[in-house]
Design a protein around this ligand. Structure first.
Ligand code: 5AD
Length: 484
């Protein structure tokens, strides 16, 4: 089938489904009509779309952890703990690495080992292996919506099983779960595979079962400037809406400068609404998710709490619908449930404290919003134009040309030419603009911002500065200044 951004015919979709469901034995457990009926029995307070809508209407920021272990009963215990002790508004199942790579035999061995040793030998929940009933047991054990969070370029079977399993929210996308995660998966392949996932959700939606889709805004998690995250998230929103998705959360990873982060969240929802309307989608619920700092963390737990709290502040003041929470164990790997709950509690405390404060739209924030909008639009317009108005084709050609680009990506299918660095206030700018189609005015803006910092540090902005910035937060600073 030729790659295009058009809604798949039901017949075409159902034909492909057969092959997907036959690729692993648990696929045969999925019965779409039965699943639709199952979803209709889920109470509203556990359906992602409605919980997000209420939060958006009330101006609330919801908290959500990451959490995944190998066995069903342990996953249930973990989620119940995070709901009770962490007061999480939203829960996840974080999927293990084997499942993310479609290596279900190895996931199975991981389950058996975990059973034998009495502890999780996988770094997440192998939902495909646990099958539809296993997933339903997990969803039914808690009182808030549970989202599937992973990092899978081909998540067709994972989506089939987890959606039939009662989850009402599915993270990822053709770009955000490919470019930062894979070296060799072509964008044409991941776009097709994610069109399938979105079409599946479109199918549920046609039967009045709302499933939310969320883009993974942080991408490589390393100094990704807002315009890059936004262009990608908006592209994925367009792809999803085309297949019939009607509830979309667009994502952004904290950069660390409060003004830039607040401006980023605000501009993200404005731009997404604008682009969806431009393409004729008027009935899509748009919400935002803010990821607390995705780069290196300090090892010291008190310092880690400070980083967590700074993220919570930006998420709350920026008015994000949801915040994804880090833990004081971040520097060491997968957290204990106790550490996870502490991150949630610290975040909630801040969210509650800032919820009655509105940042007056200062000149600085307004200016930053204008810049982010200009940058994002220039990327999106160039991408769309390369596809003659078709975002799917435009993305393939745009990434090839580098007019849309992601810093530090492992994928062969990006130029990865852009290099970010902080300016003198810690906002993320571009040292190398690569092939981004920025106007002269925008280019000068970045240049001037970096010259400012160079002057203060008495050094030329260079890759050394970038490396200093990458390690700065884990060493206790935002901006990586040279040692005096
Ligand atoms: N449980 C909790 N957190 C997890 N992460 C990855 N897998 C899990 C899991 N199974 C977290 C990492 C990091 C982020 C990218 O995801 O600790 O913070």
């Amino acid at each position: 089938m030729e790659l295009r951004n058009i809604k798949w015919e039901e017949e075409e979709f159902l034909k492909q489904r057969k092959g997907v469901l036959e690729s692993w034995p648990t696929g045969s457990q999925v019965d779409l009509e039965e699943s639709v009926n199952y979803h209709k029995s889920i109470p509203k307070n556990k359906i992602s779309k409605w919980v997000l809508k209420n939060a958006k209407d009330e101006g609330k920021t919801l908290t959500q952890p990451r959490a995944g272990v190998a066995l069903i009963d342990d996953q249930i215990e973990l989620l119940q703990f995070l709901e009770r002790e962490g007061m999480a508004d939203f829960l996840p199942i974080t999927i293990d690495s084997y499942t993310r790579l479609n290596r279900y035999e190895e996931a199975q061995k991981g389950i058996e080992e975990s059973n034998r040793l009495g502890r999780s030998m996988l770094n997440g929940f192998p939902a495909v292996n646990h099958g539809v009933e296993g997933c339903r047991k997990v969803c039914e054990s808690v009182n808030v919506p549970v989202e599937v969070r992973h990092g899978t370029p081909d998540s067709r079977l994972l989506a089939e099983i987890t959606l039939a399993g009662g989850f009402t929210d599915f993270e990822g996308g053709a770009i955000t779960y490919n470019i930062p995660y894979s070296k060799d998966v072509a964008l044409t392949t991941s776009i097709r595979n994610w069109q399938y996932v979105d079409r599946l959700i479109g199918y549920y939606q046609e039967k009045d079962v709302p499933i939310n889709r969320e883009s993974f805004g942080p991408l490589t998690g390393t100094l990704v400037p807002p315009c890059v995250a936004h262009a990608v998230s908006i592209s994925e929103a367009l792809l999803a809406a085309t297949q019939g998705v009607r509830s979309i959360t667009v994502g952004y990873g904290q950069c660390g400068n409060l003004i830039q982060d607040v401006a980023a969240i605000e501009s993200l929802s404005i731009l997404t609404e604008e682009y969806l309307k431009k393409f004729g989608f008027r009935d899509v619920l748009i919400t935002t998710v803010f990821h607390q700092w995705m780069g290196g963390f300090p090892q010291n737990e008190a310092e880690a709490f400070a980083v967590i709290s700074w993220g919570a502040t930006a998420a709350g003041l920026g008015g994000a619908t949801k915040v994804i929470v880090k833990t004081p164990h971040e520097a060491f790997g997968i957290p204990t449930k106790e550490a996870n709950a502490l991150g949630l509690r610290a975040t909630k405390q801040i969210i509650n404290m800032v919820k009655d404060q509105r940042l007056v739209e200062t000149e600085l924030i307004k200016k930053e919003i204008t810049i982010i909008k200009e940058e994002t639009k220039s990327i999106l317009e160039a991408t769309l134009s390369l596809g003659n108005g078709d975002i799917a084709i435009g993305l393939v050609r745009g990434f090839e040309a580098g007019v849309i680009d992601v810093p530090f990506a492992p994928s062969r299918f990006t130029k990865s030419k852009i290099i970010p660095v902080r300016d003198n206030n810690g906002a993320v700018r571009l040292l190398n603009i690569g092939n981004l189609p920025f106007s002269k005015k925008l280019r000068n803006f970045h240049k001037k911002k970096l010259e400012e910092r160079g002057k203060v540090e008495n050094r030329k902005p260079s890759f050394k500065m970038v490396v200093d910035d990458i390690y700065a937060i884990s060493k206790g600073y935002l901006v990586g200044r040279p040692k005096k």
